[in-house]
Design a protein around this ligand. Structure first.
Ligand SMILES: [Zn+2]
Length: 129
């Protein structure tokens, strides 16, 4: 990661603007540095606004956006998947995830009771025959 003067120099090189939307830091929010590493090119650092940094890290950059930073989709995907490795795989479920799990349990319980009722109807039908 570029630090101190290096990062200042990089931001100055890009006129203190996001490389994608060209919005200045004052408008778009604090610029975030993104480092791209690849076997064939030296590591490169770009300033991105918070919005484009999020889009970048989630792997949603379009070909046109990749062209602006001059990297191929392969390089991009390799860098994004590297970033993904930092995510804790065993992190506890969030509140939203817990709510979804609870909902799924409730659905299963309803399905179970419906199945029971259905089996009962079937056995009643057999008695009639
Ligand atoms: Zn931007």
């Amino acid at each position: 990661m570029a630090e101190g003067l290096d990062w200042e120099a990089i931001k100055r090189k890009y006129h203190y603007r996001c490389v994608i939307c060209r919005q200045p830091e004052k408008v778009a929010g604090k610029l975030v540095q993104v480092q791209i590493e690849d076997a064939v090119i030296p590591p490169q650092v770009f300033p991105l606004c918070p919005e484009h940094n999020l889009k970048y890290s989630q792997g949603y950059f379009t070909n046109a956006e990749l062209k602006k930073i001059g990297i191929s989709r392969d390089t991009y995907l390799a860098n994004v998947s590297n970033a993904g490795e930092n995510i804790e795989p065993d992190s506890p479920p969030s509140t939203t995830e817990k709510a979804i799990l609870a909902q799924q349990d409730a659905i299963k319980m309803v399905q179970k009771s419906q199945r029971k009722r259905f089996q009962q109807t079937q056995s009643d039908f057999r008695k009639d025959i």
